[in-house]
Design a protein around this ligand. Structure first.
Ligand code: ADP
Ligand code: MG
Length: 473
């Protein structure tokens, strides 16, 4: 199929042509005929499959038919809101006088207020700032006849839900607007919840059986916490990536890993909440244009971000929300490209592994350091103490609403039937984490590694010393 077969006008196609896109992606081909007819849609399609253009083209076409049309796009993080704004600007090149505003927190109000006053055809933003403008009477939500929630499952999470509910309650009736939801992961619970805010939406799933992108080579190492950084250094030396994102579960972790990588000569930096917004955006820009090679980030960078040709994603910590595994690794292998995702499973976060593997319907292939040609590398940061992130920043960082007071409420429980109950306390997790790691190692040994190789390797200090400790040898 060709873009021209979708009945799009030359004006909204001008941007697509300028980008050199030859044909619509699968999700564009499937959803556009429905969304262009004005119907509500709930769309699940893999990471990097081109969902942004589905809602942008739908919005542009509506505007070209009726110049009074106003659209709202809500996204969970400021960085994603800015990226969508940039896409909207660049893809609307052929539409004269089209006004776009981006509204997010952490920056001053004056510029955004000016945009609000002048009136925009398309408002993109994060819930916190959008609500500020709504509640202070500066932005009229009834004006929007198209509403998009990108990363929709995240928007219906506990952390955002009260805001989303408030926003919908101030909008025009659902029959009088078109509402569109997009994500790579849309659970039944989210769909049911969303249904109440939508007008008999068409639910479209593109290849739902492929939860993760085939072109991502996924690998996993079992390792103890203490040995993760040396292993990371070895991995980076071997892979030598042009660009890599390393995800940690905590802000302290992100700072520590980034600083240690710097001390080892890498152009690394960190990205997390509770950083000055201008610094967040500058860091991401520096990473996108290659001035930084390695970005160490919390889940604030897990959703939606497009980093062209990103080669490697490392889960330095296993994500606690199993869906975030899909989103994190989905920063690579976008738009048909390929990429690599390496996960380090240690005793603290190993509980997250089973729900992830259940969710993605596969076992992540396990590798062993000395069997895949990894060499030990001197850690130049060894023995150097790294300053912690600011005291108030030490909590687990999650992509949450602007200056969220509710971030504690955003933890998502894993599937009910998993053995590792999410109700256990962290202490209990840690106490029996080694046991579980041992079980995983044993289980996977049977299939994947030659047990006889362990006694030899454990003679050496280093990578396999963890096995020695786990097995109590
Ligand atoms: P998603 O939201 O599904 O994760 P995006 O909308 O961010 O994915 O798109 C991923 C990448 O694919 C972007 O760089 C985008 O410009 C590109 N892209 C989108 N549509 C096409 C297309 N039809 N042909 C080629 N590349 C495309
Ligand atoms: Mg997206």
């Amino acid at each position: 199929m060709d873009f021209n077969d979708l009945g799009l006008s030359a004006k909204s196609l001008a941007g697509v042509v300028e980008h050199g896109f030859e044909r619509p992606t699968e999700v564009q081909e499937k959803v556009l005929p429905i969304s262009l007819s004005g119907k509500d849609v709930m769309v699940q399609s893999k990471t990097g499959s081109g969902k942004t253009l589905v809602f942008l083209l739908t919005i542009f076409e509506r505007y070209l038919k009726d110049n009074s049309s106003k659209a709202l796009i809500v996204a969970p993080t400021r960085e994603l809101a800015v990226q969508i704004e940039e896409d909207a600007i660049s893809f609307s090149k052929g539409i004269e006088g089209y006004q776009i505003g981006c509204f997010y927190g952490g920056v001053g109000y004056s510029k955004q207020l000016e945009e609000v006053k002048e009136g925009v055809n398309l408002a993109v933003g994060t819930p916190g700032r959008l609500l500020d403008f709504l509640l202070s009477g500066k932005l009229d939500f009834k004006a929007f006849d198209i509403v998009v929630l990108d990363e929709a499952d995240r928007m219906f999470d506990m952390g955002f839900y009260p805001d989303i509910e408030k926003m919908f309650s101030r909008m025009r009736a659902r029959e009088e607007r078109q509402t569109m939801l997009f994500s790579a992961t849309l659970s039944m619970k989210v769909r049911n919840l969303a249904w109440t805010f939508m007008n008999e939406p068409e639910e479209i799933e593109v290849r739902p059986e492929e939860v993760t992108v085939k072109e991502i080579t996924q690998e996993l190492f079992h390792i103890t916490k203490d040995e993760k950084f040396p292993l990371l250094l070895s991995l980076l030396k071997k892979i030598n990536p042009q660009s890599a994102i390393i995800f940690t579960n905590t802000k302290d972790g992100a700072v520590e890993v980034a600083m240690r990588l710097k001390l080892n000569g890498y152009r690394a930096s960190y990205l997390m909440g509770d950083m000055q917004q201008s610094k967040r955006l500058k860091t991401l820009d520096a990473f996108k244009d290659g001035r930084i090679t390695i970005l160490v980030a919390t889940d604030v960078a897990a959703r939606g971000l497009q980093i062209d040709d990103l080669e490697l994603v490392v889960n330095y910590d296993i994500p606690e929300d199993y869906e975030n595994y899909v989103h994190r690794i989905g920063r690579t292998a976008r738009a048909g490209k390929s990429g690599k995702a390496v996960t380090l499973a240690d005793e603290t976060y190993i509980y997250g592994l089973e729900p992830i593997e259940e969710f993605i319907h596969m076992k992540i292939p396990v590798l062993w350091p000395d069997e895949c040609g990894l060499e030990e590398v001197e850690d130049k940061s060894s023995g150097i103490k790294i300053k912690k992130a600011k005291a108030e920043s030490r909590k687990t960082d999650r992509p949450s609403r602007d200056r969220s007071k509710r971030s504690q409420g955003t933890r998502k429980s894993a599937p009910k039937n998993r053995k590792s109950s999410p109700d256990r306390t962290k202490k209990a997790h840690k106490a029996s984490g080694k046991e579980l790691l041992k079980k995983e190692v044993e289980g996977k040994n049977v299939k994947r590694i030659n047990l006889n190789s362990i006694p030899q390797t454990e003679e050496k200090k280093g990578f396999f010393s963890f096995i020695k400790r786990i097995f109590g040898k």
